[in-house]
Design a protein around this ligand. Structure first.
Ligand code: ATP
Length: 555
């Protein structure tokens, strides 16, 4: 409605101007001319008002549609397996979830309105020109078709360059995000110069691609200007000719020029819409690609996770991340309810992989994992992850207060719950040392928090869920003696009366474990009760305990 009214008013205004010019030339009274001038201004203002309304509704439709898609995409992304999620860098994901959707939003909000609106405006102008004089009408019709054809040809030649620039843009941002996230490691390992060199190489690749795309864009713009200038020359010449021959009035010449000018708007807008259509097309393809990844988790997983103590049994479990080497080979062991299994092994031996398969971040390539005699693949995933608490070394903290980082914005968890949990975990001495208590500010990515403190926060988070099983990867980072003592106490509280798997990095943790499992290149090389292995002088564990202070990574 608004759109049709705006188009009609845009067509009406040049006629008002023609009347004004003709009456002025006829020497009509100034008061008459005022009426037409005021009418002209009112129509102009009304047109702008209507165009703003059209834009507003278009944007609302666009935002509504793309926001729903943004939510769907993010939800879908969270539902994917770890392996699928790892395929994308943070930068690439931002580009997909936000950048591509911005392109789509533009398309949704503007495309139909602008394309239909401008096509109607174009037809209206041509009809009006035919009404003035058939020669003008047919001349400008041919011109318009030619102009659209030419602009489209140039646009088509610019497409590959635009796509290439966009692709490099995504990769470039992926590179920057990754390097910024790892800035501390880069600096501490003296890799700043190398990273800077890589950055320069990226710029050297990005700049020419962007330049090529921009030159094509610019040539498209230049062509439009040239076409419009030719159009103006054409309409002025033909208008002058018809005026001289007495076929039309001077007002009509003005009308023709006005309409030719007005005609440039739909030609230009249609060109832009075609460009948006092409961008939207590429964005839809990329979004489809993301949505096409499906979680490999079985869809029949609906069994509720068992309440109460849990027994875990791994039976001949193997896992291949890729076809070449298995990360786990034929791993079998059992963890009895309310006992702790310490997992030891060199870096890369498969310790994290073992915990990943227990949490179903990856499904085993062969073998089975059962909890209370039920294959874990039968459990409802959400329920299962609620009941298995995991504390990794890579604790993710968000910018906010300590309270927000502990509760994850769950307002049903009260401060009393938090204090009670911290008391049970015996971490109150650490908590009392914080000047602002639960309101203590945590900086993004936990920049102002030590590794030990981050693990404490992760343990409190996990303990709040009162899980049946705990998976813990002990922190390897050096801690001050006081924090270390608190962390040790917290671990003991966390594991007591629960089934636990601990990737152990301290001898003390091993000594508290009920059973020990030593991994080497994905294979179990020693497994048994702590007491029995410690009493066996030929066991690897005895050797390890005898070496005392030896780092467990070097077992
Ligand atoms: N997502 C992955 N894709 C491919 N290979 C992987 C992946 N994650 C781990 N690996 C490989 O699997 C093997 C076992 O890795 P894993 O992280 O389980 O070892 P780890 O014992 O936990 O090591 P660390 O003590 O250093 O954490 C390694 O060779 C590693 O390179």
């Amino acid at each position: 409605m608004f759109l049709l009214s705006a188009i009609a008013l845009q067509l009406v205004n040049p006629f008002i101007m023609r009347r004004f010019i003709n009456q002025a030339l006829e020497g009509k009274a100034v008061s008459d001319l005022y009426v037409w001038a005021v009418l002209f201004m009112v129509v102009s203002l009304a047109t702008q008002g209507l165009l703003i309304a059209v834009q507003y509704f278009g944007e609302s439709v666009g935002w509504g549609a793309t926001n729903r898609l943004r939510i769907t995409l993010l939800r879908h992304f969270f539902s994917l397996d770890l392996a699928q999620r790892k395929k994308y860098s943070t930068g690439e994901l931002i580009e997909r979830i936000d950048g591509d959707l911005n392109a789509l939003q533009n398309f949704f909000s503007q495309f139909v309105i602008k394309l239909v609106g401008n096509a109607l405006l174009m037809i209206g102008i041509l009809v009006a020109l035919f009404m003035i004089d058939w020669r003008i009408g047919s001349g400008l019709t041919i011109f318009t078709i030619g102009a659209l054809f030419m602009i489209d040809r140039i646009r088509a030649s610019a497409i590959p360059y635009a796509n290439q620039a966009r692709q490099i843009n995504g990769q470039f941002y992926g590179f920057i995000t990754e390097r910024l996230q790892g800035a501390d490691e880069i600096r501490s390992n003296g890799a700043s110069r190398y990273t800077l060199k890589q950055f320069i190489q990226w710029i050297a690749k990005y700049y020419p691609a962007l330049k090529r795309a921009e030159i094509r864009n610019y040539s498209m713009w230049m062509t439009s200007i040239a076409v419009f200038t030719i159009g103006n020359i054409f309409s002025l010449s033909i208008g002058a000719y018809l005026y001289k021959s007495g076929a039309i009035s001077l007002g009509s010449v003005f009308l023709i020029v006005q309409f030719t000018e007005l005609m440039m708007v739909p030609i230009e807008q249609i060109r832009r819409e075609m460009e948006d259509l092409q961008k939207a097309d590429a964005s839809i393809l990329r979004i489809q690609e993301l949505l096409a990844h499906k979680s490999s988790q079985p869809s029949v997983s609906t069994k509720p996770f068992p309440e109460g103590p849990c027994d875990i049994v791994f039976k001949n479990v193997s896992l291949y991340y890729n076809e070449q080497t298995p990360a786990l080979r034929d791993v079998s062991f059992a963890v009895k309810r309310n006992t702790t299994l310490a997992i030891i092994g060199q870096s890369g031996s498969g310790k994290t992989t073992l915990t990943n398969v227990l949490l179903r971040f990856y499904l085993p390539t062969a073998g089975s994992i059962c909890i209370n005699e039920t294959n874990i693949e039968s459990f409802a995933l959400q329920d299962m992850r609620e009941k298995i608490g995991i504390v990794t070394q890579d604790v993710h903290l968000f910018a906010g207060t300590l309270r927000e980082n502990l509760t994850f914005y769950n307002s049903s968890i009260t401060d009393e719950d938090l204090i009670e949990t911290m008391t049970a975990l015996r971490v109150l001495p650490w908590f009392h040392g914080l000047t602002n208590g639960l309101d203590t500010t945590i900086e993004g990515l936990g920049r102002n928090v030590s590794a030990g403190e981050a693990q404490l926060i992760a343990m409190i988070r996990v303990f709040l869920k009162r899980p049946e099983i705990i998976v813990l990867d002990e922190a390897t980072a050096r801690m001050d003696p006081e924090t270390e003592h608190i962390v040790k106490q917290a671990i003991q509280a966390l594991v007591s009366e629960r089934t636990c798997l601990i990737i152990a990095h301290r001898l003390e943790t091993i000594q508290h474990a009920d059973a020990i499992l030593i991994l080497e290149s994905g294979k179990v090389v020693e497994y048994g009760a702590f007491q029995a292995l410690a009493a066996d002088c030929s066991s690897m564990l005895t050797d390890l305990l005898q070496k005392g202070g030896v780092s467990l990574e070097n077992v």
